[in-house]
Structures are given as structure tokens and as C-alpha cells.
Design a protein around this ligand. Structure first.
Ligand SMILES: CC(C)(COP(=O)(O)OP(=O)(O)OC[C@H]1O[C@@H](n2cnc3c(N)ncnc32)[C@H](O)[C@@H]1OP(=O)(O)O)[C@@H](O)C(=O)NCCC(=O)NCCS
Length: 176
């Protein structure tokens, strides 16, 4: 059994299919805004969040800490969008501080692969701050590489575009 066992803390804790930005009420958007601020230090306007380029599709996930799908129970978010025919672009990926480092990010990565590989999305691409070593290490382990430096993409500091094949990742029986 994997030491990290998401779901063991509460039976009802888990990832569910997520709403898309344009479906969010102001209350939901405020919760997302708080999550972004805590997770990335970035302050987004409500309107900016609601107009993020993310469709209503099976590449969106929300993490809840109870059965109740209320905005106060939301602990994490993964929003993605199709990019060209074969690539999924990660638009937002954030967990609140208390939910990090417990395997929730790994779990939803594999859920995303489960949903999108059968639809032909064989590649994944994203932008990340060069200073975000934790996230870069997470993506590297999943086969992504830095393919481009992004100057001026973030308000402050260097960014990277990372890209790789979309695949399931299992640390204990990974094939080289
Ligand atoms: C990045 C993030 C989504 C990963 O989710 P997570 O649930 O914390 O990750 P997991 O617990 O599944 O960890 C898996 C791996 O991620 C890596 N990792 C995640 N956060 C890390 C950190 N802060 N420092 C070092 N490694 C980290 C580790 O390599 C870990 O590998 P291990 O299983 O061998 O220990 C989450 O930490 C997060 O929300 N961070 C803040 C927001 C952010 O940076 N988002 C990404 C923007 S592009």
C-alpha cells in the first residue's frame, strides 16, 4: 500500500468533476480567488477568474474535504483546456496549504490522464514560475521538460513553459 493514501483521512474527501470558471457564482469565484492568493501569491480579479479560457469539460476537477460540495469545502482545483488536437494545457493547478504534500496532486494528475488520454490528448503543457521548485519537480517526475523560457509572462520573474507526454505516474512501479 502506498504510504500516501489520499482519502484515508475522510471517506468523503476527494476530487470530483469541477465547475468551469464561467459557471462560478460570485461566492465560488471568491473561494477560488482566495485559493489562488494562498497558493501562488497572485491576486486575481473576480472577472479575470470568470473569464479564464477553460471550457466546461472532463478536464476540470475540484477537491472537497467533505461530501458537501460547498465552496467552503473546496481544497483544491485543476482547470485545463484543450490546446490543438493532441495537447491539454493546464491553466490552474492549486491546492490549499493544508492539502499539499499528501498525494492529492498526484491523484488528480492520474485522473486527468484517465479522462483525457482516451480522447487523444497525448501531451500536456503548462506555464510555471521558474522559482516554483516544488511544482517544477512535480512536473519533471511526470515526464515534462522545460521547453521555453517565458519573459514577461508573469508580472514578476521568469517563467517556464513545460511540456511532455501525458501519462499515468506511479512512483513505486515506474518504468524507466
Ligand atoms: C504543486 C501541487 C499542485 C502538487 O500537489 P501535491 O498534492 O502537493 O503533490 P503530491 O503530494 O502529490 O506530491 C507529489 C510530488 O510533488 C513534488 N512536490 C510537490 N510540492 C513540492 C514542494 N513544495 N517541494 C518539493 N517537491 C514538491 C514532490 O516531488 C512529490 O514527490 P514525492 O511523491 O516523491 O514526494 C501543490 O503542491 C500546490 O498546490 N502547490 C502550490 C501551488 C502551485 O505551485 N501550483 C502549480 C502552479 S504551475
Amino acid at each position: 500500500m502506498d504510504e500516501k493514501n489520499p482519502g484515508s483521512e475522510s471517506l468523503n474527501e476527494g476530487w470530483r468533476r469541477g465547475l468551469s470558471p464561467s459557471q462560478l457564482s460570485v461566492e465560488w469565484t471568491s473561494r477560488v480567488q482566495k485559493l489562488f492568493l494562498e497558493g501562488t501569491g497572485e491576486e486575481y480579479f473576480i472577472g479575470t477568474i470568470q473569464t479564464l479560457p477553460v471550457p466546461d469539460w472532463n478536464g476540470n476537477f475540484m477537491l472537497f474535504d467533505s461530501e458537501n460540495e460547498h465552496q467552503e469545502s473546496m481544497r483544491g482545483l485543476l482547470w485545463t483546456t484543450p490546446f490543438k488536437d493532441d495537447t491539454v494545457r493546464i491553466v490552474s493547478f492549486v491546492l490549499d496549504e493544508g492539502a499539499r504534500g499528501k498525494g492529492w496532486g498526484s491523484l488528480v494528475w492520474n485522473m486527468m490522464a484517465d479522462q483525457l488520454l482516451p480522447a487523444g490528448y497525448n501531451f500536456v503543457q503548462l506555464e510555471v514560475r521558474a522559482s516554483n521548485e516544488g511544482a517544477i519537480s512535480f512536473y519533471r517526475k511526470r515526464g515534462l521538460e522545460i521547453v521555453q523560457e517565458l519573459h514577461g509572462y508573469y508580472r514578476q520573474g521568469l517563467g517556464y513553459m513545460m511540456r511532455g507526454q501525458l501519462r499515468q505516474y506511479h512512483p513505486n512501479n515506474d518504468t524507466p
